[in-house]
Design a protein around this ligand. Sequence first.
Ligand code: SF4
Length: 164
Amino acid sequence: MQIRIAGLVSESYVDGDGIRFAIFMQGCLRNCAGCHNPETHSLDGGQLIDTAEIIAAIKKNPLLDGITLTGGEPLLQLDAANELAQVAKRLGLTVWLYTGYTFENLPPDATTLLENVDVLIDGAFVESQRDLDLQFRGSRNQRIIDLKKTRAQNKIVLWSEIGG
Ligand code: SF4
């Protein structure tokens, strides 16, 4: 399957917990003021590659804790995001997902993807709430949500490093 990416980081320590393969997916329509990745906005920018290439690179690294789908807006390429998340789970990896949607406003067609996501960082970057001290996110409105616990408890449970 084809995926349009802005870039790949094969070993990231800043896009979630542990050592992660970060996939920066191309395309975002939000245009948040102060966005750190404006080059990811164009829907026909970046490069088209096959998800099989990414999967092969993930399989090559036994040190990975997980993958991170980020962007750009990963939910604009749901089929590719789904495939990568499913493969990651089969490999025993965790899946973190960054999206500009808030948890409460996630599109219904993202349900299948979310079933394979462990941690969701939700909400678009808000410049007035920017905080350089935050872990794994850029602004205070964004939440790091433990989706497994959220599903089990039927209320939003934030991810925490201890037991997270
Ligand atoms: S949602 Fe993220 S990638 Fe898109 S404009 Fe906002 S900060 Fe940038």
